[in-house]
Design a protein around this ligand. Structure first.
Ligand SMILES: NC(=O)c1ccc[n+]([C@@H]2O[C@H](COP(=O)([O-])OP(=O)(O)OC[C@H]3O[C@@H](n4cnc5c(N)ncnc54)[C@H](OP(=O)(O)O)[C@@H]3O)[C@@H](O)[C@H]2O)c1
Length: 302
């Protein structure tokens, strides 16, 4: 198989690593930075320095490939504005659409998207059948990206959208990322659910999608959505730092989205998570797993 990994950052590198040594695979990875060519060349047969919104560059990455995994993320350390998101996702997928007539052997397109397209559900469960309700323009861009890609599906070309939960893993450990909140006072109770997936499980899901010829939208989250306060205080305790004091009487200015994202469809594909719940939470109270009944998940509050 000839596979292109378009965008090879946190998740993309893990995919490339997990594919190392696979017989019969010819792997191309892309970066936008010449400086990354060296580090990436150790994990691929070919490294191309391209921007996916450049037709010549994207054609070079995809021509003659059987499959492509798009693992794009906007560049920059600071929060990228919606226009930056549009350039990264919508412009790249517009470019892909225009190139399709030149890519007759491209049978499979996989995209690592985001659960951020789901709206608030008052703490209820949402799944792939729940109507997406992006909260902001960034989410709207990602929903549009999904629509662009799904429209490219055909009997000859499978399209799979993986909606990833928030990522954690190596270099993105909770203890470090939440340390600045140690001993602080925060408004509210921190009751809203957060939904996570370990970086290596996200990468493994992309490979499972490739091998299993998945089509359509699949949530990629772990088994146990966790209330924000529980996660923060467990992280701070693990790091030996002072807990947060919550102020139930004062409402947070931006309360955040409260929903539990179902991975039932992912599980139905016999995909096994290596990190079904966040390790530092193990043993502290009952897990917030999805009920095993066949009841429909709660629809988001409108
Ligand atoms: N991070 C999260 O918590 C999270 C949560 C949910 C979903 N996701 C989804 O997962 C995906 C990957 O996330 P990540 O953390 O792996 O991102 P990342 O580490 O920022 O990597 C993004 C990659 O995309 C490349 N890239 C950026 N703009 C490009 C362009 N115009 N053309 C081609 N390549 C471009 C970057 O190139 P360079 O090598 O030049 O930097 C980099 O290799 C994202 O699409 C995001 O929607 C992430």
């Amino acid at each position: 198989m000839r596979l292109s990994l378009v965008g090879c950052g946190y998740v993309g590198e893990a995919i490339a690593q997990q594919l190392q040594g696979r017989a019969g695979l010819e792997l191309t990875v892309t970066t936008t930075s010449e400086e990354r060519r060296g580090e990436l060349s150790a994990m691929a047969d070919q490294v191309l320095v391209i921007s996916a919104d450049d037709p010549d560059g994207l054609l070079a990455a995809l021509k003659g490939r059987d499959a492509a995994i798009f693992c794009l993320g906007p560049k920059g350390n600071r929060q990228v504005d919606a226009a930056g998101y549009r350039r990264t996702f919508n412009d790249s997928f517009r470019c892909l659409e225009q190139l399709l007539p030149k890519l007759p052997v491209l049978q499979q397109i996989i995209y690592t998207g985001s659960c951020s397209i789901y709206g608030d559900a008052g703490g209820g469960w949402v799944d792939e059948s729940t109507t997406a309700q992006p909260r902001d323009e960034h989410g709207a861009v990602l929903l549009e990206a999904e629509r662009q890609l799904l429209a490219m599906g055909s009997p000859q070309r499978r399209v799979c959208i993986l909606r990833l939960g928030a990522l954690y893993g190596p270099q993105r450990e909770f203890e470090q990322r939440f340390a600045r909140l140690a001993g602080s006072t925060q408004p509210g109770r921190g009751e809203r659910f957060t939904n996570w997936v370990h970086r290596d499980d996200a990468a493994a899901a992309a490979i499972a999608a490739l091998d299993g010829h998945w089509q359509g939208i699949v949530n990629v989250v772990d088994d146990a959505p966790v209330p924000l306060a529980e996660l923060l205080n467990a992280s701070l305790a693990q790091a030996g730092l002072a807990p947060i004091t919550w102020q139930p009487a004062s409402e947070p200015g931006n309360p955040g989205l409260n929903r539990r994202i179902s991975n039932r469809l992912l599980k139905s594909k016999s995909f096994e998570l290596n990190h079904p719940r966040i390790a530092l939470l193990s043993g502290d109270g009952a897990p917030q797993r999805e009920p095993t009944s066949t009841a429909k998940p709660t629809s988001p509050q409108r």
